[in-house]
Design a protein around this ligand. Structure first.
Ligand code: FAD
Length: 292
């Protein structure tokens, strides 16, 4: 079923993001995680795609397996960077063939060190709005299309208003909902939504929640995507830097408070970056389920 339709029907959406594992053991572990999370009845689950096609076969396989072997609604992430239009159409045609109707249309990151020199294929899509247009032109209304949103602005953008200007182009091209980059201070999200409303953008924007379970890893992710970790939280995490269980407890407690605040402020849903694990997400869910 199309996510855009489901979002119209449900009061709140809960969704999970997974990445396609490299090994057969990793894939088995992923499907165990999916089983453990099934009781939450997620609105949808999504599978990431390695920019430039690095996970092409794995993403397609996992999306197909979820679609054919579970009752879950699945969304395939699709990046355009490094692909020709034909390659993108070929991949999405495979989804259409088996009945998958949801895609998150992304540009993907420019490979590190190539920011100045990267050459976009002349017959490819340079930005995500072009990918959204390509999907609409090729497949009409078959796919419900989601896009990425950045409450703190995309790292390449000179400022938030410029980023919102380009975000609007994705909506005008046919995007029906958006999922945000992780953020740890809800004020960025509320400010962002206010700015979108001023621009007349009213598609559902679902906050992406990353429960902190590993300090080093989260610092690296946050640096890469430009997400601010509040100073107070960093200090708390630093104080227990060599105690993984305490890091996870602080991270999960923080995410619970963040989600409670978002739900009280009327968000349409929550999208959890699970990193293919279920424990933190289940703990958070158990604390917030009465607010859903
Ligand atoms: P765009 O919307 O194209 O924006 C990229 C930059 O260009 C922004 O700075 C924007 O302001 C600017 N811009 C946009 N359009 C124009 C234009 N027409 N002219 C000039 N400037 C423009 N990456 C992966 O590789 N695989 C994934 O599976 C994946 N999943 C993600 C899921 C979510 C929810 C999010 C938030 C991000 C995800 N990413 C993923 C990361 C994403 O690919 C990167 O953040 C990438 O750098 C930008 O992708 P985008 O689709 O937001 O690009």
């Amino acid at each position: 079923m199309k996510i855009s339709e489901i979002l119209k029907q449900v009061k709140r959406s809960i969704s999970f993001e997974f990445f396609p594992p490299k090994t057969a053991e990793g894939e088995e572990a992923l499907f165990r995680t999916i089983k453990e999370l099934e009781f939450i009845h997620p609105t949808f689950v999504s599978i990431t795609y390695g920019a430039g096609g690095t996970t092409r076969e794995r993403t397609i396989r996992v999306v197909k397996k979820i679609h054919t072997q579970t009752n879950l609604t699945v969304m395939a992430h699709q990046t355009c960077i490094g692909h020709t239009r034909k390659e993108i159409i070929d991949i999405l045609s495979q989804y259409k063939e088996i009945g998958v109707q949801n895609v998150l249309a992304l540009r993907g990151d420019i490979p590190q060190g190539q920011e100045e020199t990267f050459v976009f294929p002349p017959d490819g899509c340079r930005y995500a709005n072009e990918l959204v247009s390509l999907i609409r032109e090729t497949f009409g209304d078959w796919f419900s299309i989601g896009v990425a949103a950045y409450p703190e602005g995309h790292p390449e953008s000179p400022d938030l208003d410029t980023d919102i200007h380009y975000f609007k182009k994705k909506v005008e091209a046919g995007a029906e909902f958006a999922i945000t980059q992780m953020f740890f201070d809800n004020r960025y999200f509320y400010n962002y939504i206010e700015k979108l409303q001023k621009e007349g953008i009213d598609i559902p924007v679902i906050p992406g929640i990353m429960p902190i379970t590993n300090f080093k890893q989260i610092k690296k992710f946050a640096d890469m995507c430009g997400a601010t970790i509040p100073g107070e939280l960093i200090q708390k995490l630093q104080a227990v830097a060599d105690k993984p269980e305490e890091i996870e407890k602080i991270g999960v407690d923080y995410a619970i408070k963040q989600c409670e605040d978002l739900l009280k402020n009327g968000v349409k849903g929550l999208h959890f970056y699970t990193l293919n694990k279920s424990k933190a997400t289940i703990e958070i869910y158990n604390h917030i389920k009465d607010l859903l």
